[in-house]
Design a protein around this ligand. Structure first.
Ligand SMILES: Nc1ncnc2c1ncn2[C@@H]1O[C@H](COP(=O)(O)OP(=O)(O)OP(=O)(O)O)[C@@H](O)[C@H]1O
Ligand SMILES: [Mg+2]
Length: 139
């Protein structure tokens, strides 16, 4: 079952979506990201954030198991957190022109201001940060 936590209008609310590792998980994760960024007036980040969310959700669904996406703002950053139920670390691969795989985290690294992961009691969280300039205030 998918669980969506809808925030109130607080700009610093958190959007969270728990997903099973099914084929539609990356699509649903992207939809939450679009919804959150639109609500925050951060449409300029949609392309980059949806790409990152896609790669992290696909990794969790393929290489891990249950997953949950959280999006929130921290100071001037937009933070993407992907929890999954595996203790195995995400490992950015060296460029290998002869491989069809190993590109996802290279892309995340290129787009995000920073990314990383840390273990938690029931798995791990892979995170990425994007600079989020606030939308111009309406006078
Ligand atoms: N959430 C995760 N849980 C466990 N291992 C992971 C996770 N994410 C990534 N990894 C490991 O890190 C490696 C590199 O991930 P990356 O996304 O760069 O490449 P890929 O998933 O193998 O291929 P691609 O994303 O190009 O289709 C994976 O092959 C996997 O071994
Ligand atoms: Mg991948």
């Amino acid at each position: 079952m998918n669980v969506v936590t809808l925030p109130d209008t607080n700009a610093f609310a958190r959007y969270t979506l728990a997903l099973s590792p099914v084929r539609t998980a990356p699509h649903l994760a992207r939809q939450l990201a679009i919804c959150a960024l639109t609500g925050w007036g951060l449409q300029d980040l949609i392309d980059g954030v949806t790409l990152i969310v896609s790669e992290l959700a696909t990794n969790s669904a393929l290489h891990a198991g249950e997953l949950a996406l959280s999006l929130f703002q921290d100071g001037g950053d937009l933070v993407i957190e992907m929890w999954d139920s595996s203790n195995e670390p995400p490992e950015q691969q060296d460029e290998d022109l002869g491989s069809l795989h190993g590109r996802g985290l290279v892309l995340v690294s290129a787009i995000a201001r920073d990314w990383g992961w840390h273990p938690v009691r029931n798995g791990k969280i892979t995170w990425a940060r994007m600079k989020a300039d606030p939308p111009p205030s309406r006078m």
